[in-house]
Design a protein around this ligand. Structure first.
Ligand SMILES: Nc1ncnc2c1ncn2[C@@H]1O[C@H](COP(=O)(O)OP(=O)(O)OP(=O)(O)O)[C@@H](O)[C@H]1O
Ligand SMILES: [Mg+2]
Length: 583
């Protein structure tokens, strides 16, 4: 079923179905192609008529020469005009379709279930959206356009030949199967070389992006020469392969086709000699010579685009499979939440690709507006648990209740409005601080500035050249991890979620940033339920409840004092950090 859905033919049909909404533009383009073809092939007929006149009347009339010149110029003008209009409309058509496809893909990408990113590199999705759509664009711009143009050209020429002199046209049409055979042979030799050229081009792209991404490492280890050498080798291979293609085209294809055309023409003349009853005007012969040359071209062009077509089909398959992939599933309950109460009831969880459960029998009751800290060694499952509370993954067994409602019954809007996270290292977008806080949500600038002040970012803002409007570098390279977390908090402050999860940065952040974060969290605790994933245990001593995870199980729970008294895992982690001054 799956195989059939993505067979080449079905993919082509699906690609063509995008025209259905733009029928008018497509019909207009086709009419323009027909007009441009007619004006293109009318010249030989007009010239023939002129020759006829000269032969019949045996004189050159000044008037008819001027008329001929005018006709010729007019035809050229109209032909160019129709061609121009057709190209414009066709480009518009393909660009519109590709834009539609790209938007569809972006929407799909944004609705991907989180588990997808555990298996696939993000770059593969980027490649799909950028490179694959570019290759599909060629399908619309090159393949369809040229198929329409060339098949119309071929049909019009052949039809005209039949109208002029059907017997000669019949002989001439023998050329078609011969051309097809020659092209098949030609492709047999050229296809492997074209594939090599494509491979070397993608290798070139990869190497260049590798070099640019790793420029600091390359410079540090003085590897510039090595990389330049690599690029030279790929470039040379590319050059050799391109020359080979030119040789095959220049030595095999064109001369052979010209030879065949000449043979057919000679046989026409020979047949005419043998059957003197068939009288053919010299003017018609002239037209035929002209058309025979033109008859090859459409077939050669269409056949040569086979590789582009194959490439477009492969890319489309990837695109359609992506568009058809299931998106993240949410519930339909859109009722606003009354509280930030959370209940985890016998939760078991494993990632799609892990064999064992990562979380085992987790039971936690988190009252509204309380502060719970999750602690445990690295890999114990803290981030995993927060992912479940965020609704990013579905639990394997058990139920999570938020405000007494099962989490999987809540709509996407309610989930995102009410449950927010400040990640270990929040993503900073290229743009100014205001944009980084608003994230294109409709929020008044005043509110954003207030959130920035509340998040203790004034000092940073004062040091930036353009204040709030300063551009933060890509990935926030110019910011410390502490500052990034403060920006993450400011993003939350503008939206007042019922539940806030704070994943403390693992790398030690400066104590000044840490104090700032503590201060803000304290103020948020009054309004929301706060879950802190803590690495520095000193930051959570005053939490209402501390939950200690070990290998996916809850091993201890209670307040700081209770756990210290217990002298268990928490106690040993706390004393270890204290003695090593990492607190
Ligand atoms: N996306 C994933 N796919 C498969 N396994 C995962 C995935 N994310 C985490 N794991 C595994 O789940 C376990 C718990 O990981 P998790 O990230 O929840 O730990 P953590 O307690 O947050 O650790 P840290 O303190 O280092 O942040 C680890 O063994 C990890 O390898
Ligand atoms: Mg973690």
């Amino acid at each position: 079923m799956e195989e059939k859905k993505y067979s080449s033919w079905n993919i082509i049909k699906r690609l063509l179905s995008y025209y259905s909404k733009k029928k008018n533009l497509l019909i207009l383009s086709c009419i323009l192609i027909i007009l441009s073809t007619i004006t293109e092939i009318a010249s030989p007929i007009i010239l023939s008529n002129f020759i006829n006149n000269v032969i019949n009347n045996n004189i050159f009339k000044k008037k008819s020469i001027i008329l001929l010149i005018i006709y010729f110029i007019m035809l050229q003008i109209f032909s160019s005009l129709f061609n121009y209009l057709y190209s414009i409309y066709f480009s518009k058509l393909s660009t519109e379709i590709i834009t539609e496809l790209r938007i569809k893909m972006m929407k799909t990408a944004l609705k991907q279930p989180m588990k997808i990113f555990d298996k696939k590199p993000i770059s593969s999705i980027v490649t799909k959206i950028v490179t694959d759509t570019e290759s599909v664009k060629e399908f619309y711009e090159v393949i369809v356009s040229s198929f329409l143009k060339n098949s119309i050209l071929f049909t019009v020429i052949l039809a005209t030949m039949f109208i002029l002199e059907w017997r000669m046209a019949l002989i001439s049409s023998i050329i078609t199967p011969i051309i097809i055979i020659i092209i098949i042979i030609h492709q047999h030799y050229s296809k492997p070389i074209i594939k090599k050229i494509k491979n070397s081009l993608s290798k070139l792209n990869n190497t260049i992006s590798e070099i640019i991404n790793g420029i600091t490492i390359i410079q540090q280890f003085k590897q510039e020469k090595n990389f330049i050498k690599q690029i030279n080798i790929i470039n040379n291979n590319n050059y050799i392969n391109k020359m080979n293609i030119l040789k095959i085209d220049g030595l095999l294809l064109r001369p052979l086709l010209t030879l065949i055309s000449s043979i057919i023409l000679s046989s026409i003349i020979l047949i005419l000699q043998l059957f003197p009853a068939v009288i053919v005007k010299i003017s018609i012969l002239h037209t035929f010579i002209n058309y025979l040359r033109h008859l090859n071209e459409p077939i050669i062009t269409i056949a040569n685009q086979q590789t582009i077509l194959q490439q477009a089909i492969v890319s489309s398959e990837r695109i359609f499979k992506f568009i058809d992939s299931p998106s993240q599933i949410y519930g339909s309950n859109t009722e606003p939440l009354n509280s930030g109460q959370i209940k985890l009831n016998h939760i078991f969880f494993k990632y799609p690709q892990t064999k064992k459960n990562i979380l085992k029998n987790i039971n936690i009751n988190i009252p509204d507006k309380s502060c719970v800290a999750l602690v445990g060694k690295t890999g114990s499952g803290k981030t995993t648990l927060s992912n479940l509370i965020l609704g990013h993954y579905s639990v394997t067994k058990g139920t999570i209740y938020v405000d007494k409602k099962p989490i999987n019954s809540l709509s996407h809007k309610i989930l995102r409005k009410n449950i927010a996270i400040v990640q270990q290292e929040p993503t900073i977008l290229y743009g100014n601080l205001i944009k980084n806080i608003s994230l294109d949500r409709k929020i008044e600038q005043k509110k954003i500035i207030r959130a920035l002040q509340k998040s203790q970012l004034q000092e940073l803002i004062e040091n930036l050249p353009d204040g709030y409007m300063s551009i933060l570098g890509q990935h926030g390279n110019s910011l410390s991890q502490g500052e990034k977390q403060l920006i993450g908090i400011a993003r939350i402050l503008v939206s007042n979620p019922k539940i806030l999860i704070f994943d403390e940065a693992t790398a030690s952040i400066d104590s000044e940033s840490e104090q700032k974060i503590q201060k803000i969290l304290l103020s948020i605790r009054k309004k929301s339920t706060v879950i802190i994933i803590a690495h520095r245990l000193s930051t959570i001593v005053d939490a209402d409840m501390i939950i200690v995870l070990d290998k996916g199980k809850i091993v201890e729970r209670g307040s700081h004092e209770q756990l210290i008294k217990k002298k268990g895992l928490y106690y040993s982690m706390y004393t270890y950090q204290k003695n090593n001054k990492s607190i």
